[in-house]
Design a protein around this ligand. Structure first.
Ligand SMILES: Nc1ncnc2c1ncn2[C@@H]1O[C@H](COP(=O)(O)OP(=O)(O)O)[C@@H](O)[C@H]1O
Ligand SMILES: [Mg+2]
Length: 222
């Protein structure tokens, strides 16, 4: 379980959010919504230990590992790595043959789980948007995360491609009970895939049941 108690974040004089109180249960598929600049990425950075809260606490079982899938960014056509090589960037380098063997098995497993096995030799620069995002998802899965964060990972993908990626994430959530935190501006995807939303409003967070999620919560500007 992840639990925030009176979590507050400031950058210098700027208050980003104040007194956040919420819980996220293990295995939950939750969305994190709110306008640009409301602090969604900052919150998950605190969770990942990349930023510190100014006040209050954000606690979770420190044995749990976290995978992060960033927002879609295009990659140059002449990017030098293929899909498998790109995923392997997240492996720790080793001279040990036994460890290399384990890594190869892990890569085979992750390629299967993300439906990338037949595409593994494709240069990443020539892959479609959906394939690129699956490659980022595969990278995030390498350290066997119990918590998976999708930070606007479906933005700017076509509707069917978004759904394919989300179906895959849903399968991971259901089969392996990975907790999913889905940051999005997409009303339909929130309705279809998530069980609950944490909604940033007026520098704090509201806990919203999926039936009470409304379209006006998805405005990009605050
Ligand atoms: N490292 C930083 N230093 C100073 N201000 C920051 C930093 N990171 C984010 N901010 C500010 O904090 C606010 C929240 O940003 P962010 O968490 O990225 O919002 P969101 O992900 O909801 O769009 C914004 O006003 C942003 O400019
Ligand atoms: Mg963000």
């Amino acid at each position: 379980m992840i639990e925030a108690k009176n979590l507050t974040k400031r950058f210098g004089k700027q208050l980003v959010f104040e007194n956040l109180n919420f819980k996220i249960n293990d295995g939950e598929f939750i969305s994190l919504i709110g306008p640009n600049g409301s602090g969604k990425t900052t919150l998950v950075k605190i969770l990942m230990g990349l930023e510190k809260g100014t006040d209050g606490t954000l606690k979770f079982d420190q044995k749990q590992t976290i995978g992060y899938v960033p927002q879609f960014r295009n990659i140059d056509l002449d990017y030098p790595l293929n899909i498998e090589q790109f995923i392997r960037l997240n492996l720790k380098f080793t001279f040990s043959p036994a460890k290399r063997h384990d890594d190869n098995e892990l890569i085979t497993d992750i390629l299967n789980k993300t439906n990338l096995t037949t595409l593994k030799d494709r240069p990443l620069g020539l892959a479609s948007g959906g394939e690129k995002q699956k490659a980022y998802l595969a990278q995030a899965l390498l350290n066997d995360p119990q918590i998976l964060i999708l930070d606007e990972s479906t933005a700017s993908l076509d509707v069917e491609v978004k759904m394919q990626l989300m179906d895959l994430v849903q399968e991971l959530n259901q089969k392996y009970h990975i907790t999913v935190i889905f940051i999005t501006h997409d009303y339909e995807l929130t309705q279809k895939y998530t069980q609950r939303a944490l909604f940033f409003k007026n520098k704090t967070i509201e806990d919203v049941a999926v039936k009470d999620i409304s379209k006006n919560m998805f405005e990009m500007e605050g």
